[in-house]
Design a protein around this ligand. Structure first.
Ligand SMILES: *Cc1c(COP(=O)(O)O)cnc(C)c1O
Length: 430
């Protein structure tokens, strides 16, 4: 099995200790199931490793764009992590969940004036400033409030982490941040530190997502430490916080590897300590911002099959009652997934098919080239590792209501996000 929270019992797929077929019957499909213990475990794994290898000031931030709804912020608060937020909508959700906003870091390459004002009014601890124009917008809005805003400067180290293009963000020509290589990051630093209502606490970078390569974070850290050394030796500037972003990969298919995150963190810390000593700079508080690797393997999506279409001499399609509206990742990135027939786990996989959604769009494919047991209308399908960037990216295309999220824990199966109703779909239509 691709994850330890998946098991087969009497031919039925169990997830987080629950019979998935029973849950599908109880809550209906499409349905997002979340393993709450797994989210807590992943949060703790990161934070324990960060503190062990980087020391007590190190902090893990959950990149909440991966999956944002009220209850997740409660879990993150209880496990002691901070959060990344990228919009007023995420800030509002976290505030409503009672999250301590001084531990929130506000990202994004285009924060509107309204976003900036709202974030300050909600007490967001840190702004991760993306560009020079944004610096002045923040300064201006902070001045009106007589507030000094702590911030990090987002710079691009010029690293291509060899993942999909759409999720590589650390390249010199990225839309995010200010490049070091061109000298613009140093100018950015000068502009920022001249502003009285901004307090520059440190630097931020994020090179991309689905990072498996051993040395990506070390190479990134080296460039960032070099830049810190440059600012320290030339201007005496001490980078108190160094945020290296998120991006560790997760396993979507049996054939993919598993990143040993505590081990990677230990290797990164060892490298960084040695290198910063060599540069003669004070060691910063280090931050990481995992999103996917906190929630991906805590999710499983359940569907019901509507039809099995066999186009003689060509191919077979299995259509389900969800699709790109609840999981657009194959349509967007050709993302791999593992599909199961949860009630027929012991049956031979004799049906070669594309698993497709119900949207009026040919690219509404959840996963092509899958081998499944023989299926018919009414059978269940499950797709694993859907905790990250599924519900978060869900849409109302074709006016399909969003699926509910059910949290599974020792206390039972509890609805955390209700299934949308048709009336909610039209609630803003005048
Ligand atoms: C998306 C993003 C993350 C999280 O990336 P994952 O691949 O989900 O770990 C962290 N930081 C920033 C700035 C991001 O844009």
């Amino acid at each position: 099995m691709i994850a330890t929270n998946l098991k087969v019992q009497d031919g039925v797929l169990h997830f987080a200790g629950y019979d998935t077929a029973k849950l599908a019957k109880e809550f209906g499909t499409p349905l997002y199931l979340m393993d709450e213990a797994r989210i807590r475990y992943n949060c703790k794994m990161y934070q324990d490793a960060m503190v062990e290898f980087f020391g007590p000031q190190a902090l893990t931030l959950y990149a909440s764009k991966a999956l944002s709804f009220k209850h997740i912020y409660e879990i993150v608060r209880e496990t002691g992590l901070g959060i990344d937020v990228v919009s007023s909508g995420e800030i509002h959700t976290a505030v409503q969940a009672g999250f301590p906003m001084e531990k929130a870091f506000f990202h994004g390459n285009n924060k509107t004036d309204a976003d900036i004002a709202y974030a300050m009014d909600c007490g967001v601890g840190y702004f991760v400033v993306d560009n020079v124009e944004e610096l002045y917008a923040i300064e201006h809005i902070a001045e009106r409030r007589d507030h000094v805003q702590k911030c990090l400067l987002r710079v691009t180290p010029g690293i291509d982490p060899h993942t999909y293009d759409a999720v590589a963000t650390g390249k010199v020509d990225s839309k995010f941040g200010v490049p070091i290589e061109t000298g613009q990051a140093e100018e950015f630093y000068h502009y920022a530190t001249a502003l009285p209502h901004l307090q520059v606490e440190g630097l931020h970078c994020h090179v991309g997502s689905m990072v498996f390569d051993e040395d990506v974070f070390e190479r990134t850290a080296q460039i960032m430490l070099d830049f810190m050394g440059q600012l320290y030796h030339a201007y005496g500037f001490e980078t108190k916080l160094l945020d290296l972003g998120g991006g560790y990969g997760v396993r979507y298919r049996e054939s993919e590897g598993v990143v040993d995150i505590p081990y990677r963190i230990s290797a990164l810390a060892e490298f960084m300590k040695g290198y910063s000593e060599k540069l003669g700079i004070p060691f910063p508080a280090v931050l990481l911002e995992p999103g996917r690797s906190i929630v991906a393997d805590a999710g499983l999506t359940m569907y019901t099959v509507g039809s099995v279409k066999r186009i003689k001499g060509y191919k077979n399609y299995v259509s389900v009652d969800g699709g790109m509206t609840d999981n657009p990742r194959y349509a967007l990135y050709k993302a791999p997934y593992t599909v199961f027939a949860p009630e027929r786990m012991d049956a031979p996989p004799t049906l070669h098919c594309d698993v497709v959604g119900r949207c009026c769009e040919s690219d509404d494919i959840l996963q092509p080239d899958v081998w499944l047991p023989e299926l018919r209308r009414g059978d269940l399908l499950a797709i694993a590792t859907t905790g990250a960037y599924n519900y978060a990216m869900a849409s109302h295309y074709n006016r399909i209501p969003k699926a509910p999220i059910v949290m599974l824990s020792e206390e039972g199966a509890k609805i955390a996000v209700q299934r949308e109703t048709f009336d909610q779909i039209i609630q803003n239509d005048l």
